[in-house]
Design a protein around this ligand. Structure first.
Ligand code: PMP
Length: 353
């Protein structure tokens, strides 16, 4: 047998996640991964690298609980929200039997994690306004253990109606976990469902330091849930999921001063988003700019593939969403600095229609 043939069938058939970094490019304007555009400096305070770290570093958990207004027992910290997505499948889904469900167009890791673990995934396309098709979901719930709902949604940028979340949580009570992926919630904090944890034992919320906290390179994310869910996730998590330097920096980022700085970054991004949206609306090759509650915007363009390539060749790297259901002609643009937005605007103005 070849090495390839020795591998699990689902792994041989797997298409890995096309992360912005894997896609490459030789840009100098990186607007394809919804990162914060500038780096925040930190200094390490822990020098005890001869010792293993705590599995769930107390300072990180306590600071996050305080920030999210939940109990420390309701918080799990992991290697990015991506690890949270996978831990949930490992804890709740029997390969070959159970399924996960999500509503495209949405974030790509739900399917990749399910496939990697040999768990079926089912999709119910979002409605024309990208809200949930609740009837469609109800019709496909048989065997579903986890439903991932990204809110605000990546890549479309809108918040999922809270009333629809309520219907979904009631529909699945005692049967399935509803995961609200709140990776971008700092850009619209009023929309969080964290306050609902006491009402719904099947609600799980994913968070990250990769976006508004400007720490994508740190790899640190959080799962908020009731204690019995957290206890199950702690059974399947790695013994030392965060390195000591990661925990050190995360605790600093979540200090009261860290939270204030994060809110200032959010305010800056919202100003820059308004600037970019306004400018894009007057550009001939731009057909539609969709409303966004996040640090990125989705734009429909004439000849989007040619535009994507042309900007790529000029060192401006955007994210092509053309292949996602209902997103033909759409590119996603991360909100960067004013100078980066200006590069995008000038390049798009120069595109033929
Ligand atoms: N969920 C969504 C919707 C995301 O966009 C991302 C980041 N690409 C993640 C989760 C994963 O975040 P992290 O960097 O914390 O793994």
């Amino acid at each position: 047998m070849s090495i390839e043939e020795l591998a699990r069938k689902n792994v041989r058939e797997l298409t890995p996640y096309q992360s912005a970094r894997r896609l490459g490019g030789k840009g100098d304007v990186w607007l394809n991964a919804n990162e914060f555009p500038t780096a925040v400096p930190f200094e390490l305070t822990q020098q005890t690298l001869n010792r293993y770290p705590e599995c769930q570093p107390k300072a990180v958990i306590e600071n996050y609980a305080q920030y999210a207004d939940v109990k420390p027992e309701q918080v799990l910290v992991s290697r990015g929200a991506d690890e949270g997505i996978e831990l949930l499948i490992r804890a709740f889904c029997e390969p070959g039997k159970d399924a996960v469900l999500f509503c495209p167009p949405t974030y790509g890791m739900y399917s990749v994690s399910a496939e990697t673990l040999g768990v079926e995934y089912r999709t119910v396309p979002a409605l024309a306004d990208w809200q949930l098709d609740l009837q469609g979901i109800a019709d496909k719930l048989d065997g579903v253990k986890i439903i991932y709902v990204c809110s605000p949604n990546n890549p479309t940028g809108q918040i999922i109606n809270s009333q629809d979340f309520r219907v979904l949580l009631e529909m699945t009570r005692g049967k399935a976990i509803v995961v609200a992926d709140e990776a971008y919630i700092e850009f619209c904090p009023q929309a969080t469902l964290a306050g609902w944890l006491s009402e719904y034992p099947n609600l799980v919320i994913l968070r990250t330091l990769s976006k508004a906290f400007a720490l994508a390179g740190l790899r640190c994310g959080f799962t908020l849930a009731n204690e019995d869910v957290i206890a199950l996730l702690l059974k399947v998590i790695a013994p030392y999921p965060l390195s000591t330097p990661v925990a050190d920096i995360a605790a600093q980022a979540l200090s009261p001063q860290g939270i204030v700085a994060m809110r200032e970054r959010v305010a800056q991004i919202l100003v820059e988003r308004r600037y970019l949206v306004t400018a894009l609306q007057d550009i001939p090759c731009v057909e539609q700019v969709f409303d966004s509650e996040t640090n990125y915007i989705l734009v429909r363009l004439t000849a989007s593939s040619a535009v994507f390539k042309s900007l790529w060749d000029q060192g401006i790297i955007l994210r092509d969403q053309n292949k996602q259901p209902s997103l033909s002609g759409c590119l996603r643009i991360t909100i960067g600095t004013r100078a980066e937005s200006q590069r995008v605007i000038d390049a798009l103005r120069a595109e033929p229609v």
